[in-house]
Design a binder for this molecule. Structure first.
Ligand code: ADP
Ligand code: MG
Length: 482
């Protein structure tokens, strides 16, 4: 962007909090659950009663390592937790347990595919920490309520380098990360529920300049789209400041969606000195080679690789492969369809089309519960011409998906198998012809398009069971005989 005759470029770095989907909290056995009644998931450890001691949840270490491996990070062998000291009403300990000096993962990154080619987003680090509780501000009251259910929920903080240059790159990275953590079964990564939270650090600098500008950290965005909007609004504000000769101060700002503006929350200068020091209640953690190997061995094929394999090995269209590989359960189900004998391209059409369509409308259905053999035979019934495709989708697919019905039987019961019985078909055709003498005349006078009308009539009479190819040739044959 040009400001007063000089070209500037944005510099953006992200801090993304990923809430882990472990069964219990990071330092005690309280369950991790969203939406429970306030203060029902709180033992003395979550409440920080004096004398209680934290114990590290092994599952948190496993999930952190898993993400680090998937993002090509260097995994620390030894590490500890630090106390970050500050007072906040929803953090009963008066400090947060986090990792300052010895993050579990360092470096790494990921290639994202932008419109102008591949772009490497490099990571600074990933560290583990505990979440705070929630303050609930009651409208019109002069007090706030505190819910400590969330206190002690495990988080990973993924910190990128200041390496992104556009909101579009930020969106691609966030979408990549969200799909990855879901794929690895690390987090639900739901931005609206707060299980994925993103702070964006934004600055601008003259193009080519080595020195980075002062950064502003933006908080309070609950969707990828809003992150993009917030960054755009902030870039505009910073450009205005530079244009009018003012300096940009390092501060934290909140995004106000309604005004589409950021507003100051606190300046960095006034920030606490957190007095980090290693937590004396927790001993140092050492990750054994066995532990690391176990995680590596159990690592699933990553989404990008799987997508590429579907394209290369099965000849699936890129867009369809992308849709199928949005979730690991979809990719798994798709492959189980192929194992059940469905041809890959046909399977991809059915999956992306009618199957996904039905599931989107019936969100209680889990893909894992669908019988791939039943679906595969339904597809076979349709492609072999035994059941009309529309009818297969409308009349049979729900039963196959919801109840695991075997489609052949269901089709027979419902009388939906296409009739190859020529006599019955002939009866319907003749009936259609004798009931519409005007149309027959018009057809004879050259309005050949009317064949379609007769086709429709026969389909109605047969309730969709007539074989279309056979029907159309029979109609034309009979019309010629009139
Ligand atoms: P701090 O010392 O304020 O914690 P860090 O260097 O640890 O800053 O970086 C925190 C986040 O800010 C990272 O995501 C990083 O990429 C980003 N960042 C750092 N400097 C800048 C900058 N000048 N412009 C934009 N983002 C930046
Ligand atoms: Mg920092």
């Amino acid at each position: 962007m040009e400001i007063s005759g000089q070209q500037y470029e944005p510099v953006i770095g992200l801090e993304v909090h990923v809430q882990l989907n472990t069964k219990s909290k990071i330092f005690c056995e309280d369950p991790v659950k969203y939406g429970a009644d306030p203060n029902t998931l709180v033992s003395p450890v979550s409440l920080a009663h004096p004398g209680t001691l934290p114990v590290v949840n092994r599952a948190v270490l496993g999930k952190a390592v898993k993400l680090g491996m998937a993002l090509d990070c260097k995994i620390a062998k030894r590490m500890y937790f630090d106390r970050k000291n500050y007072f906040y009403p929803d953090s009963p300990k008066g400090y947060q347990l986090t990792q300052d000096r010895t993050p579990i993962c360092k470096g790494g990154g990921v290639n994202i595919k932008t419109e102008s080619g591949d772009k490497f987003v490099s990571l600074d680090k990933i560290h583990m920490e505990e979440d705070a509780g929630k303050s609930i501000h009651v409208e019109g009251e002069d007090f706030s309520k505190i819910d400590l259910n969330r206190a002690g929920t495990p988080l990973l903080e993924v910190v990128t380098d200041p390496c992104m240059a556009t909101p579009a790159e930020v969106a691609l990275f966030l979408n990549y990360l969200r799909r990855l953590v879901r794929w690895l079964d690390i987090s639900d990564a739901n931005m609206e529920e707060g299980s994925l939270r993103c702070d964006a650090n934004v600055s601008i600098k003259p193009i080519g300049s080595e020195k980075l500008g002062n950064k502003v950290e933006i908080k309070n965005m609950n969707s990828v789209r809003n992150v993009q909007k917030a960054i755009n609004a902030e870039l505009k504000r910073q450009a205005e400041l530079v244009r009018s000769g003012e300096t940009i101060i390092s501060e934290t700002r909140l995004y106000d969606l309604e005004k589409n503006q950021t507003r100051s929350m606190r300046t960095k200068e006034a920030l606490n000195d957190y007095r980090y020091f290693p937590d004396p209640d927790l001993s140092e953690i050492e990750l054994s080679q066995d532990f690391l190997n176990e995680i590596k061995t159990a690592m699933p094929e990553l989404p990008e690789q799987r997508e590429q394999r579907f394209i290369n090995d099965f000849g699936i269209e890129q867009e369809k492969a992308r849709i199928i590989c949005e979730e690991i359960s979809q990719a798994e189900f798709f492959e189980s369809l192929l194992k059940a004998g469905t041809e890959p391209k046909v399977a991809s059409n059915w999956f992306v089309g009618p199957v996904k369509g039905f599931i989107n409308q019936n969100t209680e259905i889990k893909l894992e519960n669908i019988n791939p053999k039943a679906l595969s035979s339904l597809i076979e019934l349709s492609t072999s011409g035994k059941v009309n495709q529309h009818i297969a989708v409308r009349e049979l697919l729900p039963g196959v998906i919801v109840n695991g019905d075997m489609p052949e039987k269901l089709a027979a019961e419902k009388g939906l198998l296409i009739e190859s019985n020529k006599n019955e078909l002939l009866d319907w055709v003749d009936e259609a012809i004798s009931q519409n003498p005007e149309k027959v005349k018009a057809w004879k006078n050259g309005k050949k398009g009317l064949s379609k009308f007769f086709m429709g009539e026969v389909m109605k009479k047969s309730k969709g069971k007539a074989d279309p190819r056979q029907t159309i040739s029979l109609i034309e044959e009979q019309l010629k005989n009139q």
